[in-house]
Design a protein around this ligand. Structure first.
Ligand code: ADP
Ligand code: MG
Length: 255
């Protein structure tokens, strides 16, 4: 049975997509079978792992709204053991269309049930909002991985995120857990970075991963080549830290 993890934070630009793609690739590198599910209409995970628009016949919108079988939407990537359910701009309409649909919170959950026994990990790249798409992700997940950017007001907005987690626990998914909190875009040259790390550790304690993701230009270049960091530049700092994160995720799973 797959472990299903939502990568979520309603703030944009905190490293959700970078983390989904690269953690997914690093878990696949460790021999795990991994499915990425892109539920952001921007489709950054989709393009970032090398899927071109003409290759997409059906996307996650069709799964959620048209009830297309999820297996018909899954595409393989150039990285062995790593597949993706793509998103296209079509998904932009889903937030409104879901409002009036039956079982609108659990449509992704029903779809993922069809492939849960094929994968070890399913990672969902959430959009920067707490709407129906994110609720669908939380309802289908075992846990949530929260990337937090090392900047002023890093914790801002997280109480809203945790409120949504509690609502989903109460109404749709009582087993939902916080998988971990990941500090991203750390800049060792500033004092600010260290202060934020301390503040986030004080608040989330042992939930915070030991691995901290620094700013690394190779991580920002990789998506334009359609490659994860371990395929784009396996010797980079970015590859090193995401491999280390994957080890931590695997170790926590064993505990
Ligand atoms: P989100 O999905 O939360 O909006 P992204 O993962 O797309 O955030 O990251 C936002 C931008 O920052 C992207 O251009 C990405 O390439 C870049 N980026 C993400 N993580 C890093 C990092 N550790 N170092 C440098 N650039 C990064
Ligand atoms: Mg994103």
């Amino acid at each position: 049975m797959a472990r299903i993890i939502s990568v979520a934070n309603q703030k944009g630009g905190v490293g959700k997509t970078t983390t989904t793609v690269n953690l997914g690739a690093c878990l696949a590198f460790n021999g795990k079978k991994v499915l990425l599910v892109d539920i952001d209409a921007q489709g950054n995970a989709t393009s970032g792992i090398g899927v071109r628009k003409p290759d997409v016949d059906h996307d996650v919108y069709d799964v959620l709204v048209n009830e297309t079988p999820i297996k018909e939407t899954i595409l393989s990537t150039t990285r062995e053991n790593l597949d993706i359910v793509p998103a296209t701009i079509q998904l932009a309409g889903a937030e409104i269309e879901l409002t009036s649909m039956m079982a609108r919170e659990s449509r992704l959950k029903s779809a993922l049930a069809e492939v849960e026994d094929i994968y070890d990990f399913i990672l969902i790249d959430c959009p920067p909002s707490l709407g129906h798409l994110t609720i669908n992700a939380f309802t289908s997940s075992d846990s949530i991985l929260i990337p937090v950017q090392c900047e002023y007001y890093a914790l801002e907005g997280l109480s809203q995120l945790l409120n949504t987690v509690r609502l989903v626990q109460k109404h749709f998914n009582p087993e939902l857990k916080i998988e971990g909190v990941l500090l991203t875009m750390y800049d060792a040259r500033t004092n600010l970075g260290a202060e934020v790390v301390e503040e986030v550790r004080k608040y989330f304690r042992e939930k915070v991963y030991d691995t901290i993701i620094p700013r690394n230009v190779r991580l920002s270049e990789a998506p334009s080549h359609g490659l994860s960091i371990i395929d784009y530049d396996p010797r980079s700092k970015g590859a090193e830290v995401y491999l280390s994160l994957a080890k931590e995720v695997l170790n926590r799973e064993q505990e």
